[in-house]
Design a protein around this ligand. Structure first.
Ligand code: NDP
Length: 328
């Protein structure tokens, strides 16, 4: 087996962190032959809790876990790191304006981008989970000018997985038979889960569903608002499913996507599909050789075009808002 890969997790003492760290330690992030060294970043008041999680990780006696270190300083936490999972973010609290939210997150993702720029390994890969994930990723990316922009990504894999499961239920087919589903745009209520290119057992998914009302009034809003449904039913926000999606995203980034399929990830736009260059927006993507490629040449129908445009417009507004705040 190889030398350990350094993996930094921010917000390590939080709910998602708690579900994520044990799966990383067990080898599910990078594969069963890759030892990992965990670097946990927390804010000072949560460092003690992160140290408690580190003790539990030790108690897992994971054969692939080469060590765990806890930090409250981003420069130290990202030093030499190969994979960074940016989970910790400032959640929106009651009465908070969007500008306040973006400003608070600028205070987190700007120094983290700078620290990644200063000290991460040359092959650094960054996944932002903490919300507003796309724009937090944009802030970090803009403060890491020496790192190729395509190393900064944001998570829409949970939305993708939610859409797979909803479609699987609707058609009574296992998720393993569904291919080429896409989440477009922002990881927010405006996201667009697209079935028009998806295939179910070799058949077009939209044709197999053949129910535009279900698509527009049930499927799309159910996927987009699933987070609220989880809070309502579970009494707490989704955590293990978010962690699971983060594992899927990085695993595919490192190990590649399957031939004849694709997945969804928010990556820096090159202008494809009319998404302004530089925005971090979700696309249909394949992965090979450790990098993402946007699937090209898909026909976008009117139904899809309007929804993609609406979500991308929201991303553009967020970008303008962080520009006005001087965060990028
Ligand atoms: P969680 O671990 O539940 O969530 C962390 C982040 O993930 C939130 O921004 C949350 O956004 C986001 N998220 C993205 N997708 C999902 C999803 N599908 N379901 C739920 N959350 C999602 O939050 P906790 O409050 O338990 O933990 C956060 C930790 O981060 C705390 O320990 C805090 O101390 C730490 N933190 C660390 C920082 C650092 O390392 N510098 C900076 C800021 C915080 P949303 O709120 O919109 O649900």
């Amino acid at each position: 087996s190889d030398s350990p890969v350094n993996v930094t997790v921010t917000g390590a003492a939080g709910q998602i962190g708690y579900a994520l760290l044990f799966r990383i330690a067990s080898g599910q992030l990078l594969g069963a032959n890759t030892p990992v060294k965990l670097r946990l970043l927390e804010i000072p008041q949560a460092v003690r809790a992160a140290e408690g999680t580190a003790l539990e990780l030790e108690d897992g006696a994971f054969p692939l876990l080469a060590g765990v270190d806890v930090f409250d300083d981003p420069k130290a936490a990202f030093s030499g790191t190969n994979v960074a999972l940016l989970v910790g973010a400032r959640p929106r609290t009651k009465g908070m304006e969007r500008g306040d939210l973006l400003e608070a997150n600028g205070g987190i993702f700007k120094p983290q981008g700078e620290a990644i720029n200063a000290g991460a390994a040359d092959d650094i890969k960054v996944l932002v989970v903490g919300n507003p994930a796309n724009t937090n990723a944009l802030i970090a990316q803009r403060h890491a000018p020496d790192v190729p922009a395509d190393r900064f990504t944001a998570m829409t894999r949970l939305d993708h997985n939610r859409a797979l499961s909803q479609l699987s239920r609707k058609l009574s087919v296992p998720v393993s038979q569904i291919r080429k589903l896409t989440i477009w745009g922002n990881h927010s209520a405006t996201q667009y889960p697209d079935l028009f290119h998806a295939e179910v057992g070799g058949r077009n998914a939209a044709e197999a569903v053949n129910d535009e009302q279900w698509l527009a009034e049930e499927f799309i809003p159910r996927v987009a608002k699933r987070g609220a449904e989880i809070i309502e039913v579970r009494g707490a926000s989704s955590a293990a499913s978010a962690a699971s999606a983060a594992i899927d995203h990085v695993y595919d980034w490192v190990n590649g996507t399957a031939e004849g399929d694709w997945t969804s990830a928010a990556i820096v736009s090159d202008g494809s599909y009319g998404v302004p260059a530089g925005l971090i927006s979700s696309f249909p993507v394949t992965s090979s050789g450790g990098s993402w490629q946007i699937v090209q040449g898909l026909d976008i129908n009117e139904f899809s075009r309007a929804r993609i445009d609406a979500s991308v417009a929201e991303l553009e507004e967020e970008r303008q808002a962080v520009e006005r705040l001087g965060l990028i």
